[in-house]
Ligand binder design. Structure first.
Ligand code: FAD
Length: 342
């Protein structure tokens, strides 16, 4: 067991707001470690709409969500934050000496003077298939993500969903699997039109099948799922033999462990004041989409403002003896030094 990492600040969430928090802390000479359960930075922007243009970032007339993330990463480079991707922050508690203890799903531990929760709408998890008891097959015959595509070779595959993941896996597995059936609740898709056209061509050539309907049950023999029951638009339930069921219903954010940390919540968001963006636990701040206060708007620019004020407030815990003055990045020699632009 290695020793906990001691740091000024821990930031939970590497969305746009968590990234900008690094910058505001850096200007005030506070070092940060950033944790995200996703394998990469960018939060909702990169997970949900990387190529969409954003028009309301001040002084940036237009940029894609991925560009915004790349620019934020560039902007915080001088402060050299440490990123911990693929780790969910699971525990947060205040210790007797006033410091804050954070532990992740991988067992990484931190001791920090201040913690910034920039967890957005929560950590993203696959939306599950709501069929009683089918969850016991998760990881063996029921899959919400594909780790090892070769396990589907020569097998009978049923794929559920109407988005890009569902369509991409149909196109990928046709010819490798024994059979591929796509099931979607309606004859309309939220996937790239070219993939939909290709899928329909494959159906016309009898390479795969598409059925409108929903999986409503399954048959089990000796602990193995042998078929699913599919209820069609006509209300009739049909049996469909299969070896593997792949479900792509998209990701949904879950507040997750944050709900257990003793924070005051309002409608699943963390209540903060608007002078410091501090929670009911001293030294724990909440910024961006995760927080709530009168007049809150879930916009990136609001999150950026919150980061600045929260950083000044956190200095009370990190540098209790120091008086922190507001300085301009344009004119302050001290800020030029921390930014490395002397
Ligand atoms: P998020 O971007 O949600 O990032 C939070 C991060 O925290 C995630 O990466 C998550 O994995 C991580 N996390 C959560 N819990 C944990 C945990 N326990 N441990 C570790 N990591 C955790 N806003 C605008 O201002 N302009 C727009 O034009 C605009 N367009 C949008 C279009 C769409 C389609 C959507 C969905 C949103 C749009 N938004 C827009 C809103 C904007 O994306 C959000 O306001 C912004 O992403 C919030 O940033 P955040 O950093 O607070 O949270």
């Amino acid at each position: 067991q290695s020793k906990p990492i001691e740091t000024d600040a821990v930031i939970i969430g590497a969305g746009p707001v968590g990234l900008f928090q690094v910058f505001e802390l850096g200007l005030l000479e506070m070092k940060a470690h950033v944790i995200d359960s996703l394998p990469r930075p960018g939060g909702q922007c990169v997970e949900l709409y990387p190529d969409k243009p954003i028009y309301d970032i001040p002084a940036v007339p237009v940029c894609s969500a991925q560009e915004l993330t790349d620019n934020l990463l560039k902007q915080i480079e001088p402060f050299n934050p440490t990123f911990h991707y693929g780790e969910e922050a699971q525990e947060l508690k205040k210790l007797e000496d006033g410091r804050l203890y954070v532990r992740t799903s991988k067992g990484t531990e931190f001791l920090a003077r201040a913690v910034f929760i920039a967890a957005g709408v929560g950590s993203f998890q696959a939306r599950t298939l709501k069929v009683p008891h089918i969850d016991k097959f998760e990881g063996t015959q029921l899959h919400y993500k594909v780790k090892n595509p070769s396990m589907f070779e020569g097998k009978n595959i049923v794929i559920c969903g109407g988005g890009d993941s569902a369509l991409d896996w149909c196109l990928n597995l046709v010819g490798k699997a024994e059979s591929v059936v796509l099931i979607h609740r309606r004859d309309g898709f939220r996937a790239a039109p070219a993939s939909v056209t290709k899928m329909k061509e494959l159906c016309d050539q009898w390479e795969m099948q598409f059925e409108v309907g929903q999986v409503t049950g399954f048959t089990e023999e000796n602990g193995v799922m042998t078929e699913v029951r599919v209820t069609g638009a006509d209300g009739v339930t049909r049996r469909m033999p299969m070896d593997h069921l792949l479900v792509f219903f998209g990701l949904q954010p879950k507040l997750g462990p944050i709900a257990e940390w003793g924070l005051k919540l309002e409608r699943k968001q963390i209540a903060v004041d608007t002078a410091r963006f501090e929670t009911n636990i001293p030294g724990v701040f909440a910024v961006g989409d995760i927080n709530i206060y009168p007049g809150k708007k879930k916009l990136i620019l609001s999150g950026f403002h919150e980061c600045a004020l929260a950083a000044f407030a956190a200095a009370d815990y990190v540098f209790p003896e120091k008086r922190i003055l507001l300085q301009y990045t344009t004119t302050s020699p001290k800020l030029h030094k921390v930014l490395g632009v002397e």
